[in-house]
Design a protein around this ligand. Structure first.
Ligand code: PMV
Length: 401
C-alpha cells in the first residue's frame, strides 16, 4: 500500500482500471455531483472454509474455498457522489473523505479505514476528487450471527459499478473480474458474494499461481438441479459480537500446527465436492462440510493467540443435531463460521425433524433460541430497479414454518 491506496492489485484488474482511465480521458464518463449507484448483495456461508492469508499480499488466501450463497441475507447499498470528475491534471490530490450511513439512519458513522482505502483505490487515477456518501442497510439483524462484511463489501462494489455504469463500459467477463476482485480486496469472503446470479449458487474462490504472481479466481459452480430444493437456516446461540475479529484470527492461523495439514487437503476436498455437487451426492457434501468446519475450528483453537469461537453450547447443539439427523436419516448438515451460531443446510423433507430439533435444543439449553430461515435465492444485483424490486420482498423468516 502507498499513500493509503492499494497498489498491490493483480494484473488482470490493473488492465481493467487502465481501460477505465482511457474511457475517462475519452470523455465517456459523465459523473456529476449527486449521481447515484445502487446494488444489493447476498451473504454467503463457506462449506470449505477460507482461513489464513498471506500477510504480505492483500487478501490472498492460504487456500481455495467454496460457499453457498445466502440469497435472503442481504445488504442494500446506495452511493451518491459529492464532487465530480475533474479533467486530467498532473497533480494528483487525494482529498476525498467518504461518508458512511447505516441502516436507514441519518447519523454518519465512522467509515472503517479499510473501506475508505478500498474506495480511494477504486477511484485512484481516474477520479481523484470524488467523495462518496454510502448508505447501507442489512435486512438481517446484526445479532443473527451472519457476518455482514461479505454482503456489505459486495454491495458497495456493486453500487460503485452502477454509479460508473460499468455494465455499459465493460464486457461481461471484465465486469465479473472487476466486481469479484475489488470485493475481495475489501474483505476476502466478499468475493464469493459479488457474483451476479439469478438463482441460488455454489461459488468457488480458487487460489492460482503462475510464474509472475499469485492470484485468485471466483466462479459459479455447476450443480445438480436437486440442490434447488435445499434450504438454509441459522440457529442463533449467541447474539454478541465476536471477541476476535476474523482479520485478527486469520493472522494467527499459520501458528497452528494443524494449519498446513488442513491447507494441504483443501484441493482434494474441492475436487470431491465439485463432483458431489454435480451428482447430488448429499452424503459427500455433508461429510466434507462438517469435517472442514471442525478442521477450521481446530486450527482456530490451536493458534497463538487462540481464537475460540466454538463454545460449549455450540458443541452440545451440534451433538444433538447429529444424533437427531442420524436417527431420522434426514438429508441435512451443519456448518459454522467464525462464530457460535449453527448454519444448517437441509433437503426440503427434513423440515419437520428440524422443528423437533429446535424444540429439543431450547429444552437442552433452557432458553429461547432464535432461528432465521432463508426464503430468497439469488446473487448480486446492480441498478436502482433491481435494488427496489427486492427491498420489500420477504427474504427471511424467523421460524421454520
Ligand atoms: O472474509 P473474512 O476475512 O471476514 O474471513 C471469513 C472467514 C470465514 O468466514 C471464517 C470462512 C469463510 O470462508 O467465509
Amino acid at each position: 500500500m502507498k499513500n493509503n491506496i492499494i497498489t498491490d492489485i493483480p494484473s488482470k484488474l490493473t488492465l481493467i482500471q487502465e481501460k477505465l482511465c482511457q474511457l475517462k480521458i475519452a470523455g465517456k464518463f459523465e459523473i456529476q455531483n449527486g449521481d447515484e449507484g445502487y446494488s444489493t448483495a447476498p451473504s454467503n456461508i463457506a462449506l470449505i472454509k477460507y482461513w489464513g492469508k498471506n500477510l504480505n499480499r492483500k487478501q490472498i488466501p492460504d487456500n481455495s474455498s467454496l460457499s453457498y450463497t445466502l440469497g435472503g441475507f442481504r445488504s442494500f447499498t446506495k452511493v451518491t457522489t459529492q464532487g465530480r470528475f475533474l479533467p486530467e491534471t498532473n497533480e494528483k490530490t487525494i482529498s476525498i473523505k467518504n461518508k458512511l450511513f447505516l441502516n436507514n439512519k441519518d447519523i454518519e458513522v465512522p467509515i472503517p479505514e479499510k473501506m475508505d482505502i478500498l474506495i480511494r483505490s477504486i477511484f485512484n487515477n481516474f477520479a481523484d476528487e470524488i467523495t462518496l456518501k454510502i448508505e447501507s442497510i442489512n435486512n438481517f439483524p446484526t445479532a443473527c450471527g451472519i457476518a455482514s462484511s461479505a454482503s456489505g463489501y459486495a454491495a458497495l462494489v456493486g453500487a460503485i459499478a452502477d454509479l460508473l455504469q460499468l455494465k455499459k463500459h465493460l464486457r461481461t467477463e471484465e465486469l465479473h473480474i472487476w466486481l469479484t476482485e475489488w470485493a475481495r480486496l475489501g474483505s476476502g469472503s466478499a468475493t464469493r458474494s459479488a457474483i451476479q446470479s439469478s438463482e441460488e449458487s455454489f461459488i468457488k474462490w480458487e487460489l492460482e499461481n503462475n510464474s509472475n504472481e499469485n492470484f485468485t479466481e471466483t466462479s459459479e459452480m455447476i450443480f445438480h438441479p436437486k440442490w434447488k430444493q435445499v434450504e438454509h437456516c441459522v440457529f442463533v446461540l449467541n447474539e454478541n459480537e465476536k471477541k476476535i475479529s476474523s482479520s485478527d484470527g486469520h493472522k494467527s492461523a499459520s501458528t497452528s500446527p494443524f494449519h498446513n495439514i488442513r491447507v494441504a487437503g483443501v484441493t482434494k476436498k474441492i475436487a470431491r465436492m465439485t463432483k458431489a455437487l454435480k451428482e447430488f451426492d448429499f452424503e459427500t457434501v455433508q461429510q466434507i462440510s462438517e469435517e472442514d468446519a471442525f478442521a477450521m475450528h481446530a486450527v482456530m483453537q490451536t493458534g497463538n493467540p487462540k481464537a475460540c469461537y466454538l463454545d460449549e453450547e455450540t458443541s452440545k447443539a451440534i451433538a444433538l443435531f447429529i444424533q437427531m439427523r442420524d436417527i431420522n436419516e434426514i438429508l441435512a448438515f451443519w456448518t459454522l463460521d467464525a462464530g457460535p451460531n449453527i448454519h444448517i443446510l437441509f433437503y426440503k423433507d427434513a423440515k419437520e425433524i428440524l422443528r423437533d430439533y429446535h424444540a429439543k435444543l431450547q429444552e437442552l439449553l433452557n432458553r429461547e433460541i432464535k432461528v432465521f430461515k432463508n426464503v430468497y435465492r439469488g446473487g448480486l444485483l446492480i441498478g436502482k430497479n433491481e435494488y427496489y424490486n427486492i427491498l420489500d420482498k420477504e427474504l427471511l423468516k424467523s421460524s421454520l414454518n
